[in-house]
Design a protein around this ligand. Structure first.
Ligand code: AGP
Length: 609
């Protein structure tokens, strides 16, 4: 999730582009760069790290002129470095990109066979070369971009300059956002509204599969197939703070709603739809090593640990391997029996958690193969691992993890299917069921998120409770524990997550008319037993909220409140059941007026043991 900004008009645009990038830093910030046409040629300045480094570089090498494009990067392909920073240049073309090019390996191979030399490890540079190839063939920039994108698969928003057409920027979009701002004799573009809101409130949103020619006089939009598009501009009434959160009250709520996209991006380009398999190069462990694994050992903390609990079910069920799950801070204080034959999966959204890093080192010292499962490219945990499997959730700003959690679940499905296939224990039919189910998950998630209002109503009813119990069995157990963690992190209400089967061994003593009990009980093989637990809670006057599958009348007759969920493969229900619990926690906290995005005593990245 990178940030793009562009300007065409009479002003010298260097400072304006930096200002726009500063407002987009929340989208990612491991490197940044500008390309500006100075009237004769396109000049580029890039730097690694925060935007301040680019500002320093621009003091030494100022850029004057227009049009110009800028980019702040959140790496997905190629580590954060100056050479991997955007804009990428090929001949007279400079290009910035946000998204993931799925067929990048295939396109890169083709271009290399044609003699193209690459100077970065990015998927983006491929698009710059594709456009340049079309320009060399005699096409004007607009047509060149259109032709180049015809062979590109994946998600992209691009903005492109051409040395020989100094009055224009061409932008195009598929699945990654782009807005166009219309000023008086000047035109802007950006990944998101806040970047250009100080300059204009008149905006046009580019839609999927559209390409636009920006000049100082305005914008002409066509589809990638060449059909003309007439779209009326909108007037944006948000203030700057609202705009940064896309109109949501908090980053956490925005990130909850970004989950379908985070799952799509995490799966993008990694599934072979013909063979119903996972593409080898995408998993961080090669096929031979995968076939040799004897046990999978997850290590993690907090929410990443809860994702790992789900990973254990997946690995056992889909790959037939024994799997275990350990809190990183506990592994380092034992003499763990871990070593050759073990695939240790170090799960961490930040990639920097010191407990997980210490556990990783302990396992590596004992001879285990280490796979990092992280959201931040080239962070400490991936650097210390033998290989990495990245989630593509984009930067998560809210301290309470939401979209990184479900993106981790998605990455674990890919890993479990991959291990199952390489070990020849997972049939094509079952792999197809699971992967087809995964492809439908984002749609089912959107269905749940569209019922946001009813979760707010439920939260209003429960906001004054002093303590909550969350119950679930099987794959719903990690979700119950994670639901309790979310609630306590941001609302400061005590909450416990329990395996439903354990309730009778202790927590049942807590239940009375003041105790809300949230029961996660989609229709799966654990359903009947969990239904009995629900009845046991009711018999003790507990206030119950059940998460159940649509059409489940039995639960409706017992529970005080039911939130109904769309049906998905029984293995994949955590993607769906997580969402109402995140929203419940969010709205309870918001009613209580806590600092949702930065709850007290918590840090986004925990670098102390
Ligand atoms: C999640 O909401 C928490 N803020 C916390 O438990 C977090 O998951 C934990 O600190 C691990 O972080 P990591 O994924 O970055 O390693």
């Amino acid at each position: 999730m990178c940030g793009i900004v562009g300007y065409v008009g009479p002003k010298s645009c260097g400072d304006l582009l930096v200002d726009g990038l500063r407002r987009l830093e929340y989208r990612g910030y491991d490197s940044a760069g500008l390309a500006v046409h100075d009237g004769k040629e396109i000049r580029v300045v890039r730097s690694v790290g925060k935007l301040g480094n680019l500002v320093s570089a621009l003091k030494e090498r100022p850029l004057a002129g227009a049009p110009g494009i800028g980019h702040t990067r959140w790496a997905t392909h190629g580590r954060p470095s100056e050479t991997n920073a955007h804009p990428h240049v090929a001949g007279g073309i400079a290009l910035v990109h946000n998204g993931i090019i799925e067929n990048h390996l295939h396109l890169k191979r083709q271009l290399m066979e044609q003699g193209v030399k690459f100077s970065s490890d990015t998927d983006t540079e491929i698009v710059a070369h594709l456009v340049e190839r079309e320009v060399r063939a005699g096409h004007k920039l607009l047509e060149a971009v259109r032709r180049a994108l015809a062979v590109v698969e994946g998600a992209y928003a691009v903005a492109v300059l051409h040395k020989d057409e100094p009055d224009r920027i061409v932008i195009a979009k598929n699945a990654s956002p782009l807005v166009i701002g219309l000023g008086e004799g000047e035109t802007y573009c950006a990944s998101d509204i806040p970047a250009i809101l100080p300059y204009t409130r008149t905006m046009v949103l580019l839609e999927e599969g559209e390409i636009a020619l920006l000049t100082a006089g305005g914008v002409e939009i066509t589809t990638l197939k060449g059909e003309r598009v007439d779209r009326k501009p909108k007037t944006i009434t948000w203030n700057a703070a609202q705009a940064e959160k896309s109109g949501y009250k908090h980053f956490m709520l925005k990130e909850i709603h970004e989950q379908p996209r985070a799952i799509e991006d995490t799966m993008r380009g990694r599934i072979d739809l013909e063979k119903w398999d996972i593409i080898d190069s995408e998993i961080g462990i090669d096929a031979a090593a995968a076939a040799d694994v004897k046990r999978v050992y997850f290590i993690a903390c907090g929410t990443s640990f809860h994702a790992s609990l789900f990973g254990r079910y997946l690995v056992e069920s889909l790959s037939g391997l024994p799997a275990t799950c350990e809190l990183a801070s506990e592994l380092v204080v034992r003499d763990p029996v871990v070593g050759p034959g073990d695939l240790v999966v170090a799960v961490s959204q930040s990639g920097e958690t010191i407990d997980t890093l210490a556990a990783l080192k302990a396992a590596k010292d004992r001879g285990a193969r280490i796979l990092a499962l992280a959201n931040v490219l080239d962070s400490a945990i991936p650097r210390a691992a033998h290989g990495s499997l990245y989630t593509h959730a984009g930067p998560e700003i809210g301290v309470a993890s939401t979209k990184c959690f479900t993106a981790q679940l998605a990455a674990m499905v890919l890993l479990a299917v991959y291990l199952g296939r390489r070990r020849n224990v997972l049939s094509t039919d079952r792999a197809r069921e699971v992967l087809q189910g995964m492809l439908e998950v984002p749609h089912r998630m959107r269905d749940v998120l569209s019922q946001d209002d009813s979760l707010r109503d439920l939260a209003r009813k429960f906001q004054h409770a002093k303590s909550f119990l969350f119950l679930g069995r099987g794959v719903s157990f990690p979700i119950a524990v994670e639901g309790a963690l979310k609630l306590k992190e941001i609302s400061y209400i005590h909450a416990e997550g329990y395996a439903a089967g354990e309730m009778k061994h202790g927590p049942i003593a807590l239940i009375d008319e003041n105790m809300p009990v949230v029961v996660v009980m989609p229709r799966d093989r654990t359903y009947e037993k969990t239904l009995s637990n629900l009845q046991e809670v009711k018999a003790r006057e507990g206030r119950t909220l059940a998460l159940a599958t649509r059409g489940d009348a039995e639960v409706g007759a017992i529970a005080d409140h039911v939130f109904y969920l769309p049906k998905v493969d029984a293995m994949l229900t955590p993607f769906i059941t997580s969402l109402p619990l995140q929203l419940l926690a969010y709205y309870v906290a918001d009613f209580k007026g806590t600092d949702v995005d930065q709850p007290r005593n918590l840090a986004k990245t925990v670098t102390v043991e």
